[in-house]
Design a protein around this ligand. Structure first.
Ligand code: KG4
Ligand code: ZN
Length: 338
């Protein structure tokens, strides 16, 4: 089965072609234009998707050495994400579907992140526990079967990726902040300063990152510029440790609570080197198998969307032409496209 996938939910314009489990092409263009604003500007993102999408799809087909005739189906992200950005990809795929009479499926971006992990990992038996960590989400999700999910923990405020991005901004570092903090933290002392970890005793599988962000702001306000510059790597290491600590502890607790033997990590923050190392160590100690995604499939890409779409298309589950973008789509909404 050959599937074309398209992803335009935020600031990556991406198209990919998969033949069964094999990624034939995966073209990703990260819109650099947002860096100077310190975050994604939705209006600019939509316009950039319009400019970039057609040539990227053509490139993906060319690199995969297939034509539109070879495709068995089309997959596109329809939520969650920025509505204008989502509509660019969705309308493109709807048009292509109409013109070619090929079926299309609207894909949940977060489900895409899960299948991004499964592009290179195998599920031994369900349920698998997924820690989903991105710029907009921090969730613990039980994957009970293919296409069946139960959310067992979520952030009450900011996502962990947001904590990285906003923390980096406060420290005067670039956007996106996650990779930059990760890089600096590797040369810093993680015990330099103790930032708070939100435990949330009444709902222990939920997360909260607003307190950590405020703690960083308060810390920065108390220090002079010279101190901050001298200890930038140490501050990054301490801040990152606090952010990752709760992810590791809560994931392990959830795995034990639900008796899960396989744990996966998905989303942009799954690229974080401390999270990967720390969770690996804890899982080994507890006899849990950890599924880590390849770095290229952590942040937004269309291969993960094509892979998810394939699961639906092979079950003949398609979307209709009236499918709209759903900016706040959640993972526990069952398929209802007909
Ligand atoms: O999944 P993604 O590409 O987009 C969303 O769906 O949000 O995730 C982007 C997020 C950003 O917040 C970025 O700072 C974070 O992933 N990120 C990282 C790392 N690489 C990307 N955070 C921490 N460490 C990293 N190495
Ligand atoms: Zn994402």
């Amino acid at each position: 089965m050959v599937i074309l996938g398209v992803e335009t939910s935020c600031d990556e314009t991406s198209a990919a072609v998969l033949r069964d489990d094999e990624v034939l092409s995966n073209i990703i263009s990260s819109q650099a234009v947002h860096a100077k604003f310190g975050g994604v500007v939705p209006e600019i993102a939509s316009r950039e998707h319009i400019r970039l999408l057609l040539p990227i799809v053509q490139q993906a087909l060319q690199d995969a050495e297939v034509t539109i005739d070879h495709l068995d189906g089309l997959a596109v992200t329809y939520g969650p994400g920025l509505v204008g950005a989502l509509l660019v990809g969705l309308n493109f795929i709807k048009g292509l579907s109409k013109a070619t009479a090929k079926p299309f499926i609207g894909v949940n971006h977060m489900e895409g992140h899960i299948y991004g992990n499964l592009l290179t990992n195998q599920v031994e038996h369900f349920p698998v526990l997924f820690l989903i960590v991105s710029g907009g989400h921090t969730q613990l999700v039980l994957m009970k079967d293919h296409l069946k999910y139960q959310i067992i923990g979520s952030t009450r405020d900011d996502a962990v990726g947001e904590a990285f991005d906003k923390g980096a901004k406060m420290l005067g570092l670039g956007y996106p902040g996650g990779p930059e903090i990760d890089r600096r933290a590797q040369q810093g002392n993680r015990d330099f300063y103790h930032f708070p970890r939100a435990v949330l005793r009444e709902s222990p599988l939920d997360f909260s990152y607003s307190g950590l962000k405020t703690a960083l702001l308060t810390y920065i306000q108390k220090q002079d510029r010279e101190h901050l510059e001298l200890h930038m790597n140490d501050i990054c290491a301490s801040y990152q440790t606090a952010a990752i600590d709760v992810l590791v502890q809560k994931t392990i607790n959830a795995a034990q609570l639900y008796g899960v033997k396989q744990v996966g990590v998905a989303g942009g923050v799954a690229a974080n080197s401390l999270l990967r190392k720390w969770l690996q160590k804890e899982c080994e100690e507890k006899g849990i198998v950890l599924l880590l995604p390849e770095l290229v499939y952590c942040t937004d890409n269309a291969a993960m969307i094509a892979r998810t779409g394939m699961e639906y298309i092979k079950r003949k589950m398609y979307s209709k032409q009236n499918l709209n973008a759903v900016p706040s789509l959640t993972l526990d909404v069952p398929y209802k496209h007909d």
